[in-house]
Design a protein around this ligand. Structure first.
Ligand code: BGC
Length: 445
């Protein structure tokens, strides 16, 4: 078994160091993030869209049954949720379905037909009266009312004909009509970040009417984004995945990835491309491919299973991080599945690189959160609550700890301790029900 050469070791160390994201760079990013929030809110040019959400914080007293739709990635969900009071949410029925690659690049109507068919299977159309439906649409959309959301360009690798510029509530209503489900009324459209925020607030206030609502909803899954309650400006969908102030920590790999992908186009979703689950595996794959070029180390990265774009995903990174064995036998097994035989040195190298890519993502998330927190409260004097959901946050071992550590580095332990970060697992459907119930309350006022 050959040990790694000194030059390979040096190349590895250089690549890992490129993903360092030191505190000084993060602080620059946090300040720019806040400044871009201000510009976005004022309607000036900004990579943060600061989209209105037309929803309010729940009181915690919302009750009733709501049909929910969750569309934000390869898996979609439809269900029937009951808000039972006291912060309780029950899922009465739920169906998960998977969109095909063809669905992701076809006609929008086809996707809405898949969703409507799912709704038809889980809920019987009521004999009379309209049934409220909460639709979580986890892509950029400009809301004009709580039930009118005009689609902006898609993210996370989707591209659909006939979507951009259209009202997604209307497209869903049309598909429901085609299915004979016209009694279902799309009563609210919301982003998944807003659903996480609303659910956290609903639960807290349902248990204790005086509880503080959540300040921020964060998603860290296939994509990433934040929503925040900005007081007088209302709850806004920042679309923080599009934040472009990343120069201080950008590597050549990030620049190439941004340049070479067409969906979403270069220059857009810059933050997301360095942070979210859709991209982390691909960043790692590119680093390994690069180091393997012209060196015995990682020479197998040229094998088809590895050389294919997106052959690695964030679940691979999570499993790499979870391998606590001395021989890194978990990583060995994963590589074998990809048709690759590795040396112990290569496995260590892969583990270190993967760890750095994920750690940088966590540190960038901390910087972006700090941007929002400082917008809310420049001195970080008051306690704040962040509700977070998503597969990367929930699935990557130690991710939350990395974010907390970076926050403490940036603002000191005392201030960081006032920031509560709550994981609200599977928040989307439940949050959709809360938002639809809040909308019903607003309408009847
Ligand atoms: C979308 C956001 C969404 C986030 C997390 C991003 O790609 O633009 O709307 O909140 O993914 O799902």
């Amino acid at each position: 078994m050959s040990a790694m050469s000194a030059s390979d070791e040096a190349a590895l160390a250089r690549a890992a160091a490129a993903f360092e994201a030191p505190a000084a760079a993060l602080d620059v990013i946090a300040r720019d993030f806040r400044a871009q929030m201000v510009r976005g809110l004022a309607g000036r040019p900004s990579s943060l869209k600061m989209l209105p959400t037309f929803t309010r914080q729940p009181s915690g007293r919302e009750r009733g049954r709501v049909v929910v739709v969750d569309w934000g990635g390869t898996k979609g969900r439809v269900g029937l949720i009951e808000l039972a009071g006291g912060g309780a949410v029950r899922t009465l029925v739920e169906e998960v379905f998977t969109f095909s690659e063809a669905d992701k690049h076809g006609a929008a109507a086809r996707v809405f037909d898949v969703i409507a068919a799912g709704i038809g299977r889980v809920v019987d159309a009521p004999a009379e009266g309209a049934q409220p439906l909460g639709f979580v649409y986890s892509y950029p959309a400009r809301l004009e009312r709580i039930d009118r959301a005009v689609a902006l360009p898609l993210t996370k690798g989707w591209s659909l004909a006939g979507l951009e510029g259209q009202d997604v509530a209307m497209l869903l209503s049309d598909a429901l009509r085609r299915r004979g489900l016209e009694r279902m009324r799309v009563s609210a459209v919301a982003n998944d970040t807003v659903a996480a925020l609303a659910l956290q607030s609903y639960r807290a206030r349902g248990r204790d009417a005086g509880a503080r609502p959540a300040d921020i909803g964060l998603i860290l899954g296939t994509g990433t984004n934040q929503a925040a309650d900005l007081g007088p400006a209302g709850i806004r969908n920042l679309e923080s995945g599009n934040f472009d102030g990343v120069a201080a920590v950008e590597t050549a790999y990030d620049a190439a990835l941004d340049r070479e992908l067409t969906e979403p186009p270069p220059g857009s979703q810059r933050f997301e491309k360095m942070v979210s689950g859709y991209y982390l595996g691909e960043i790692l794959r590119r680093v390994v491919e690069d180091l393997g070029r012209g060196s015995p180390m990682f020479h197998w990265a040229a094998a088809p299973a590895f050389a294919t774009p997106f052959a690695l995903d964030s679940a691979h990174l999570s499993r790499i991080a979870a391998d606590a064995t001395a021989a890194l036998s978990g990583i060995d097994a994963q590589l074998r599945q990809l048709g690759v035989e590795s040396t112990p040195g290569e496995r260590r190298g892969l583990r270190d690189l993967a760890g750095m890519v994920a750690r940088r993502a966590a540190r960038l998330v901390a910087a972006a959160l700090l941007g929002t927190l400082r917008f809310l409260d420049p001195e970080l004097a008051d306690p704040r609550t962040i509700a977070v959901d998503g597969s990367l946050w929930g699935g990557y071992p130690g991710f939350a700890g990395l974010v907390r550590e970076a926050l403490a580095e940036l603002v000191g332990r005392d201030r960081a301790d006032r920031i509560e970060i709550d994981f609200v697992k599977d928040s989307t459907s439940a949050g959709a029900a809360v938002i639809a119930a809040v909308a019903a309350g607003q309408r009847s006022e």
